[in-house]
Design a protein around this ligand. Structure first.
Ligand code: CA
Length: 381
């Protein structure tokens, strides 16, 4: 009956109803617990998780226990999920996107730089990342307008401008920061659980033609910043404690600030679906860099954290062809089109295509839910 949303999960989101504006709720089965009503803390009447997340780890633990009590005590006033509308779960402060899958980085290296080593020399020494655009992080279900931009088609010396012809997705996992840190003070790997509140699913929509032309030498820009979608329910770290797995062996040994006694990732089973058909099953357990290492790296220069910061893992791709988390990899740069069940083929996304990323942990006992979005036609220029 609870199907991934039982007492082991209890994810947080922001919902509204016909009779009330956005406020914080917990999902339990196919129902939503209105936390402001159930627990009386005004932080839960806010239209985002930020005031609650700012209260810190001890309070998160306390509230989780109280929610479990209320639900198992049968005293809870629950709303059916079908009566609520879900919103962006938190106000996104800063947004960082990493590149932590060795398979994804290797695949992209082979395609973008076929004549050199697929991994650049820095890749196994630091979690490569870039700062993204927090203002265009949108909730699941938001339509994605096909972006226009500069691209230089093959065989052409100069660029032109127009709607992207190589619109793609990236299957990613996002980590949501609750507790801030002061400017000038790095956050060590050991402080991960003091700062990170929970986990969501991320779709990093990517215009590959725009990206390929603009990314040298400063990295992703307009090929990424037009939209990033996230799932509506943030799964607390506690719910994923049983899904921890060691990262793959890290060699060479990382520098001391990136070391952990037992670097751990998460055994999450992800899925990528196009128009309802599953086309890939990326395994998060294969990610090279751990979430704590990404956080330590992001702050090692003294950059501060703010409540609501989101950092994403980068595309999750496993070693097998059916585990790749983007269409550029699944179709090998568009050279090997995917055959779909309806008889059509696809390289990159067409207008009207709907992409859904799903995720579960602990053999389905904990669901990360879904993040979905449909491609809308480009705005005429
Ligand atoms: Ca990405």
């Amino acid at each position: 009956m609870t199907d991934g949303y039982g007492i082991d999960n209890l994810p947080y989101g922001v919902f509204s109803t016909a009779d009330g504006g956005p406020r914080v709720g917990v999902r339990y089965g196919d129902q939503v617990l209105d936390l402001a009503g159930a627990l009386g803390d005004p932080a839960f009447a806010a239209p985002s998780l930020n005031p609650f997340m700012a209260q810190g780890r001890a309070r998160w633990t306390e509230v989780r226990a109280q929610v479990a009590d209320v639900l198992t005590g049968g005293r809870a006033a629950l709303r059916p999920l079908s009566d609520v509308r879900m919103h962006l779960p938190f106000e996104v402060s800063d947004y960082v996107d990493f590149y932590a899958s060795e398979e994804h980085a290797t695949n992209l290296g082979r395609m973008f730089r076929p004549d050199s080593e697929p991994l650049l020399p820095n890749w196994k020494h630091l979690p490569v990342g870039y700062h993204g655009r927090s203002g265009t992080v949108v909730p699941s279900g938001t339509g994605i307008v096909r972006p226009s931009g500069q691209r230089r088609p093959p065989g052409q010396d100069v660029p032109d401008h127009g709607p992207s012809r190589r619109l793609d997705v990236e299957v990613e996992v996002g980590f949501v920061v609750g507790t801030p840190s002061p400017l000038g003070t790095p956050v060590p790997t050991g402080a991960f659980a003091d700062h990170v509140f929970g986990v969501c699913l991320v779709n990093d929509w990517s215009a590959r033609d725009v990206q390929a032309w603009e990314y040298v030498p400063l990295g992703p820009f307009l090929g990424k910043s037009f939209a990033t979608s996230i799932s509506p329910w943030v799964v607390p770290l506690e719910a994923l404690a049983g899904a921890r797995v060691p990262t793959p062996p890290q060699s060479p040994a990382p520098l001391p600030y990136l070391r952990e006694d037992d670097p751990w990732g998460l055994d999450l089973s992800l899925s990528l679906s196009l128009n309802g058909q599953t086309v890939s099953r990326p395994p998060y357990a294969s990610m090279y860099w751990s979430p704590a290492q990404m956080l330590a790296h992001m702050t090692v220069n003294g950059a501060s954290l703010r409540t609501g910061d989101l950092y994403a893992s980068g595309t999750v791709s496993g070693p097998a062809a059916g585990q790749r988390g983007s269409f550029i990899e699944l179709t090998w740069g568009g050279k090997e089109p995917l055959k779909l069940a309806d008889g059509s083929t696809r390289t990159f996304l067409e207008d009207g295509d709907e992409v859904t990323i799903g995720g579960t942990a602990l053999a389905g006992r904990v669901s990360l839910g879904e993040v979905t979005g449909r491609v809308l036609p480009a705005v005429p220029s």
